[in-house]
Design a binder for this molecule. Structure first.
Ligand code: DGL
Length: 261
């Protein structure tokens, strides 16, 4: 089983930001990525709808013999990971906004979390929030529209800039000095967010921590691919646009396939 692939999925192309970290840390692993872009964004869907999509995608990936699954989507992690873990018997790794490192890093004592409305409204998020809210002030900022901008590969255009301006300005007014990217689409906007937020503000992404957690889980289950060759990267999407956009977001070899679910 060690040379079986790792499945990774997101509501769209955002999870490619996580896939990059996995590729860097575990270059010998075969990576099978599903972008459910025809159904993006997940951020305004009900938990049940997200659970149904997550279930279908997991079954599709299991049909390709994956040995582990990464839910490279904060919104799907919040809505569906518990159900996936109870329904399927394989290591499943999810996303969680990096509140802990942000709480350690902040000097002003005020941390801003950029995420989708779905993530912010979730119980999982409420728990995480409560864990740290005693020590630092956490301000949650739902960022409606940003996922759509990344799905169009508009990473620097006027509309994207206007949205980030609006969301970041509201946080800066409240003395935020540390920003957490609580959605896997946002690392593609990191440079723009840093530029708009200005020098005194740190911007934190969770992808690296998730790749390490994946390695740890694979090690534990003795599932690491110990081969010497570079793994293959396969990409599936049910959206034509995603097939074009992936070329702008992923710069090494990848095989594209049509997703029929
Ligand atoms: N990349 C997803 C996340 O991390 C975006 C969710 C959405 O499609 O709204 O939450």
């Amino acid at each position: 089983m060690n040379d079986f692939p790792i499945g990774v999925f997101d509501s769209g192309v955002g999870g490619l930001s996580v896939l990059k970290h996995i590729r860097e840390l575990l270059p010998q692993e075969h990576l099978y990525y599903v972008a459910d872009s025809a159904n993006a964004p997940y951020g305004n869907k009900s938990d049940i709808e997200i659970q149904i999509r997550s279930d279908l995608i997991t079954r599709f990936l299991l049909g390709h013999n994956i040995k582990a699954l990464v839910v490279a989507c904060n919104t799907a992690t919040a809505a569906a990971i518990e159900k996936l873990r109870s329904d399927f018997d394989l290591p499943i790794i999810g996303m969680e906004p990096a509140v802990k490192p942000a709480a350690l890093m902040t000097q002003s004592g005020v941390v801003g979390i950029l995420a989708t409305p779905g993530t912010i409204a979730s119980q999982k998020y409420a728990k995480l929030y409560q864990q740290y809210a005693a020590n630092v002030t956490i301000i949650s900022q739902p960022c409606v529209g940003l996922v759509e901008q990344v799905e169009m590969a508009d990473l620097t255009g006027a509309q994207t800039r206007a949205l980030i301006d609006k969301y970041v300005a509201s946080l800066l007014k409240q003395n935020v000095d540390t920003l957490v990217l609580g959605c896997t689409h946002y690392p593609f906007l990191k440079s723009l967010i840093e530029e708009i937020a200005g020098e005194g503000v740190s911007v934190i992404d969770t992808g690296g921590a998730v790749a390490k957690e994946l390695r740890r889980k694979l090690e534990q289950a003795d599932l690491l691919n110990k081969g010497d060759n570079q793994g293959e990267v396969h990409f599936w999407s049910n959206s034509e646009k995603a097939h074009q956009v992936v070329d702008q977001l992923w710069d090494t070899k990848l095989t594209k396939n049509k997703l029929d679910i």
